[in-house]
Design a protein around this ligand. Structure first.
Ligand SMILES: [Zn+2]
Length: 246
């Protein structure tokens, strides 16, 4: 039954992913996300409806603008597909519940934040803070508990102290992201933060191997790794904690 909900959610979630691309492209530039209509970032030609089908259009156009041939980054289909798969996974895992809707908003926010952090080293306040509020409200609707706000504030405080101790490694964007991770995963949030830090060690080690001491000055985007940790905690946190304690 849950798989039916997941299948039903998939196509609308692709459309949400398409909207998230608009958010990821325009928000960091301070542009409106409601108008004008989508246009090629290179030549300004308006995107035709038939070229605006998530994932499919990008493949048919081989990642190029129909008008000027400029490359359309793989971020577009990646964001659409990731959003659709993650939202579908939420409904498959949690059924038709407030928890699934909370998970869907949580995942969608993590996808946008990862895209903007990779492209521009920005964790947009206009995404992370409203997402934290909406996810908190949906989690409370699912299960009324102090767990969600407590985990959110605890995780934010932890990263705030880490950012004070090591300002080069983390920013306030990561602190706000920790708040979102906490309200979305509750007591599994230490797992999210810990896993995020472990995941981030991989590219750090690669940079260090390639560039030696100069790597210390290179900044890697941390949000995508925290986001991966958050997904692990959302989907497997309960099982992992259970396995660890027994
Ligand atoms: Zn163009």
């Amino acid at each position: 039954m849950n798989l039916a909900y997941a299948a039903l959610a998939f196509v609308p979630a692709l459309a949400v992913g398409s909207f998230l691309n608009v958010v990821a492209s325009r928000l960091p530039l301070g542009r409106s996300i409601s108008k004008p209509r989508s246009a090629c970032m290179h030549c300004g030609a308006e995107i035709r409806a038939r070229d605006n089908i998530p994932v499919v259009s990008w493949l048919l156009l081989r990642g190029r603008c129909r008008d000027c041939g400029a490359r359309i980054g793989w971020r577009y289909p990646a964001v659409e597909l990731a959003t659709a798969l993650l939202v579908a996974a939420c409904f498959a895992e949690f059924g038709l519940t407030f928890h699934a809707f909370a998970g869907a908003v949580f995942c969608a926010a993590l996808v946008v934040i990862s895209a903007t952090d990779i492209e521009r080293r920005i964790v947009p306040n206009l995404v992370v803070l409203p997402a934290a509020v909406v996810v908190l409200a949906l989690m409370e609707a699912w299960k009324l508990s102090i767990e969600w706000p407590a985990a959110g504030l605890g995780a934010a405080l932890f990263l705030f102290l880490a950012a004070l101790a090591y300002p080069a490694g983390m920013g306030m964007g990561d602190v706000k992201l920790a708040l979102l991770l906490g309200v979305g995963t509750g007591k599994a949030v230490p797992l999210a933060l810990f896993a995020g830090m472990i995941f981030a060690l991989v590219p750090s080690a690669v940079l260090f191997a390639r560039h030696g001491r100069a790597a210390r000055k290179m900044k890697i985007p941390f949000a995508p790794f925290l986001a991966l940790g958050g997904l692990l905690a959302l989907f497997a946190g309960h099982d992992i904690i259970h396995w660890y304690l027994h």
